[in-house]
Design a binder for this molecule. Structure first.
Ligand code: ATP
Ligand code: MG
Length: 272
């Protein structure tokens, strides 16, 4: 469970990054956090990881009151969370297996458990065949799946992901969110920051919009199917037409404003 009660953050530079934010995320929720650049999203994430402290207000995560948490208790608290970063943060000199096992080694998990648990989470993210690969032998989407496996291996109550799809191809972004949704179905709470409006529209769910350090929208919306509904398709076509003058047909064929195909020769001669 995550709860912010009247939380403000003012950086030492004087920037007010969060302004009297109150928010509750219950166990088992999946929430997207959206908002423009500089809105305060990462500031909120840093608060939840206790990388920074609130200037005022109360932050509670997984039963820990972070403003009162003693320094020596921070590692214990962080073990209740998994994080996934935009830039993956895998260790280049370690294989997929080692990158994930490392998390359990630092908390002195029994070897027998590590040997069972690591292959299990690797198979959950569909990377069994890459167990012994190094990060630079993986695609962006695969790296992010390793990072998700690593976040999961500890069986955390909450996974926090700050722009996990920011460095991967848009098509793969859907797979990453599908994966996080599957993890959420098993009971893990997920909070995901994203810039990708298409993703949010597609999946729907709870959307929290932070603008200028304040929550301006916090509602559950329904997702849009893979195939765009008629009106949205018309709108997408109109937008494409406004950009280029071209018309994009539903089957992706493009027609130029004068009714021809792009590159088609209207004068009987070559354009080159
Ligand atoms: N360490 C810092 N010191 C001073 N100001 C900061 C610091 N980190 C962020 N800020 C400022 O706080 C505000 C919120 O920044 P934050 O990083 O939370 O935005 P964001 O919503 O994550 O943006 P983005 O989408 O670009 O990642 C911005 O005005 C930013 O310049
Ligand atoms: Mg950010």
């Amino acid at each position: 469970m995550v709860e912010l009660q009247n939380v403000s953050v003012t950086y030492s530079s004087g920037v007010d990054a969060l302004n009297n934010v109150s928010l509750k995320i219950n166990d088992g929720d999946f929430a997207f956090v959206v908002g423009s650049s500089g809105a305060g999203k990462s500031t909120m994430i840093k608060l939840l990881l206790k990388e920074i402290d609130a200037t005022s207000g109360v932050v509670t995560v997984n039963g820990y009151n972070l403003g009162k948490l003693k320094k020596r208790k921070i590692p214990e608290f962080r073990r209740t969370l998994g994080f996934v970063f935009q830039d993956f943060r895998l260790i280049p000199s370690m294989t997929v297996y080692e990158n994930i096992a490392f998390v359990l080694r630092v908390i002195d998990a029994p070897l027998k458990y590590i040997r069972k648990r690591v292959p299990y989470v690797i198979s959950l993210v569909g990377l069994h065949s890459k167990t012994n690969s190094y990060p630079d032998e993986l695609s962006g989407g695969e790296k992010q799946r390793v990072a998700i496996a690593r976040a999961l291996v500890n069986d955390p109550q909450l996974i926090i992901a700050d722009e996990p799809t920011g460095n991967i191809d848009p098509e793969l972004s859907y797979e990453i969110v599908e994966l996080l949704k599957g993890i959420n179905d098993q009971g893990t709470t997920i909070l995901m920051v994203t810039h990708e409006h298409d993703l949010v529209r597609h999946f729907g769910g709870r959307i929290i919009n932070i603008t200028g350090g304040e929550i301006v929208f916090d509602e559950v919306i329904s997702g849009v199917d893979e195939v765009l509904p008629e009106e949205e398709l018309a709108q997408a076509m109109a937008e494409a037409a406004a950009d280029t003058g071209n018309i994009v047909l539903p089957d992706q064929r493009i027609i130029t404003p004068d009714g021809g195909y792009p590159g088609a020769d209207r004068n009987g001669g070559s354009e080159q």
